[in-house]
Design a protein around this ligand. Structure first.
Ligand SMILES: NC(=O)c1ccc[n+]([C@@H]2O[C@H](COP(=O)([O-])OP(=O)(O)OC[C@H]3O[C@@H](n4cnc5c(N)ncnc54)[C@H](OP(=O)(O)O)[C@@H]3O)[C@@H](O)[C@H]2O)c1
Length: 209
């Protein structure tokens, strides 16, 4: 699969590296310093290249949107038309200093992104923390972390679930895209547990019976 990555930071780089190991082709884009994605692509090797955001979209079967919430409008403008593209958003609606949520419970980053890209199939999943993603294993004592995904198109959701399985987490279908308004604050709880409560690397595990 060709994956166009918009935002090659901790998460975009980490996910791209793992997907390249699974055999996917990547194009990294969108940086204030083009040398950064170039270095990342070089470190990954022949499966990775660099382009502009609109080149990454043209290249992509799936577009990974991995920028801070405050940069979403600018990134989507640079991306151009996303008609019929699967946009896999990992954007949480955090304030820039992570002190709270920019939006929440009556809307979500995912829903706002879908409004800005109405022709795209937006699927959201907030994967494990970058520290976990970029470590040797994504597992917690041999257990896979649960990662919820939301979206309104079944086929696109299955594609994203497959990409999540490839990074060794447990994808759980959390329903329609509007449920992101509950998933995103839940991820903020994990951030509080990890950094304020100093619990270290934490993740979700869903139990049901
Ligand atoms: N970190 C996590 O553990 C985690 C977990 C789940 C979800 N998320 C979500 O994933 C998204 C990306 O997080 P991240 O930790 O990968 O962030 P990051 O390391 O700061 O990466 C953001 C990327 O966006 C690029 N960018 C381009 N223009 C920008 C601008 N005007 N302002 C800010 N960034 C700009 C940055 O490029 P340059 O710096 O090269 O310009 C960088 O490559 C966020 O929405 C976050 O909520 C993060």
């Amino acid at each position: 699969m060709n994956i166009g990555i918009i935002g090659a930071g901790n998460m975009g780089h980490g996910l791209g590296k793992l997907w390249a190991q699974s055999g996917h082709q990547l194009m990294f884009s969108y940086s204030r310093d083009i040398t950064k994605p170039k270095k990342i692509a070089q470190s990954i090797g022949s499966n990775a290249r660099v382009g502009t955001p609109s080149e990454a979209v043209a290249f992509a079967d799936v577009v990974l949107l991995s920028v801070p919430y405050g940069a979403v409008g600018d990134a989507l403008k640079a991306a151009g038309s996303l008609k019929d593209k699967i946009v896999f958003s990992i954007v949480n609606a955090l304030l820039p200093d992570m002190s709270g949520m920019a939006v929440g419970t009556s809307t979500s980053a995912a829903e706002e992104i879908a409004k800005l890209a109405p022709d795209a199939d937006v699927v959201e999943a907030l994967p494990v923390f970058a520290e976990v993603l970029n470590s040797d294993s994504r597992r917690f004592n041999d257990r896979q972390a649960t990662v919820f995904y939301t979206g309104d198109n079944e086929r696109s959701k299955q594609v994203v679930a497959g990409l999540l399985r490839e990074i060794d987490v447990e994808p759980i279908d959390a329903g329609a895209l509007k449920n992101s308004r509950y998933v995103e604050p839940a991820m903020m709880l994990l951030i509080q547990l990890a950094y304020t409560q100093k619990m270290g690397q934490v993740g979700f595990k869903l139990l049901n019976r």
